[in-house]
Each structure stands twice: as structure tokens, then as C-alpha cells.
Design a protein around this ligand. Sequence first.
Ligand code: 8OZ
Length: 359
Amino acid sequence: MTDLFSPARFGAIELANRVVMSSLTRNRAGAGNVPTPLVAEYYRQRASAGLILTEATPICAEGHGYPRTPGIHTAEQVAGWKRVTGAVHDAGGRIALQLWHVGRISHPDLQPGGAAPVAPSAIRPAGQVFTGQAMKDYVTPRALELSEIPGLVATYAQAARNAMEAGFDGVEVHAGNGYLLDQFLRSSTNRRSDAYGGSKENRARLLLEVMEAVCREIGADRVGVRLSPVTPFNDLSDDDPQATFEYVVARLDPLKLAFLDILQGTGGAPREQWIPFDYDRLRALYTGNFIRNNGYDFQSAQQAVSSGAADAIAFGRLLLANPDLVERFRRGAPLNAPDYETFYTGEEKGYTDYPFLKP
Ligand code: 8OZ
């Protein structure tokens, strides 16, 4: 019987088990947004997970919206990531890079030349952004010109190429959580009147072009995608998320990707507060490897994998706080509690100092 400890093959990637490390922003990159040896140590510690999905990683300078997030668009960043992939591979793990563009979730202080961030439409997000010095209100973004879209698609493909050069086993395109591709997908942030806005078919067009370009660049069997159909994080929503995301998943299926990674529910909110959505419909529409994410514990994860509801489960906070989560699950051992104060700050504190089980 297949369970959480069973090996799996996701496209070209062999997983030792079905415990996936979810992408987690940790803000520990060094100068030039380069991953440091400390970042390599953090991922190495978690290499017993079947697959690590890295923190969200900007594909270009305009894709940044937070301080100290490591990029994949300079030679120094590629060299820094080589340290990370080498450390994880030496420890027997597998690691895919999450490709990210924040779109409007940025600020001129974080953009080249102090320019406005880009987005599908000039709609300002509610809320504030930390620019590295201060909290500032979001600004009204600049709507991308139609003529800029092919260059953007090519930038994703180039970033995937850079990830291969850095030694990653694959990439995950980040199309969730209110960032650029999600801003195109969901109706509240996409008011375009061209081929990339309006109907769900048009709103999905950019993501599908990005997926096709990235697959052409590195092979579909090393490419996954993250979707989050209902999270309101970063101030967006969809008029009919079920219809939008059923369409997206049906169009992704024939690409024969390595995996589809679905963030269920609403950020860190408890299950009772989740916006209703039928994730089983997405599972039924998708014939490839299906990762579910958010709020699982050992029991519910085992149940999901052994019933076939998922091929793997991604864990965020549990793997953050328990580098040896797989072994703890195996032994039924107690878990370290995550320290929320050090999620986004603290260097090694709350990063590489969570204790392992005694042998
Ligand atoms: C938390 C803080 C900053 C970024 C996401 C990349 O939600 C993020 C993120 C999360 O996908």
C-alpha cells in the first residue's frame, strides 16, 4: 500500500518519500540577494524530505518585493544556489526552485530605478510593504503593455535555465498567493481588455504561456506549478474560483508536468475559516502527481496519501521547526513547535537551530 513513506517518481524526479517541504519565505539571503552558506545548511538539514521546494525566488530584479529574498537572475545568485543544491544532494535529497515574480506586491524603493511595480492592471493593493527600512503603503502598479508579455515569458524560461545551471532537480512556477501570475488569473486584479484579461481563458493565458515556455526550456518532467485558488493573501479574489481553477487545471493536465501543488484554504487560517472550494474536483481533473498543502498533520497526511486523494503532502511550518520531520513521523516522536517570531528574521535563530531527535 502507498503511504507517506513510499517512494515516488514525479516526472524526472525520484522522491524517497511523499513528505514535501513547502516553499517558505525566510529572508536570510546575503548581499546581492545571494543564498549564503547558512541558507545551504538550512536546506541540507531538511534533505530527508522527499522533495524540497525552495523559498519563493525572484526571476528578475523587478520580481522582488521583500528584503533579503534570494534571486535566480545573476551569476552570483546561481553560484550561491549551487552551494545549496550540492549540500542537499550530498545529503541524499531532492530540491526544486520556486520561480517567483511579485508583480504589484512591491514598492518603488525595491524596484530598479525606483520605478512602479508591474501588474496586469493599475490596481493598488490594500496594505503596506516592508521596504527594508520602513513600512510603506503599496503604490498603484503600472499595467504591463501587451508588447512586454513575450519578454516576461522569456524571463521565466531563462530563470528555469539558470535553475538547471545551479543544479536543481526541477522548478515550481509560483502562480499563487497573490503574486504576478495569480494577479493575472484572478478577476479582482485583472481588468485587462486584451487577450490576457476578461474571460477565464484570457486570464489563464499568461500562466499557460509561461508553463509552456519553461517546459520547452528544461523539460516538462522537471516542472511543477503552485496554485492557491482562494487565498485572499495580498488582497485579491476571484468571482468564480471553482470555474477559474477547474479551467486552469484542465489546461495544465496535458502538459504532463512533474507535479501540481495546490495550497488549500486561506494562508495560516484555521480550517473552519476557509472559503469553500472543492479541491477533489481538481484532483479528479488532473491525471498527474497532485500535492496538497496546508494544515496537514501526520494522520491526515497519511490518510490523504493512502486514500489516493494526494500523491504527496507539502508541510510548511512542521518542516520549518522539525528538520527531521520524516523520522519523527516514522517514530511517532513529538514535534518541535515553530517560533513565529523568527520566521522572517533572526539569521540562524529559528532557522538552523531547531533540534533533531536524539539517535
Ligand atoms: C510570506 C511572506 C512573504 C512571502 C507566499 C512568497 O505566500 C510568499 C510569502 C509568504 O507565497
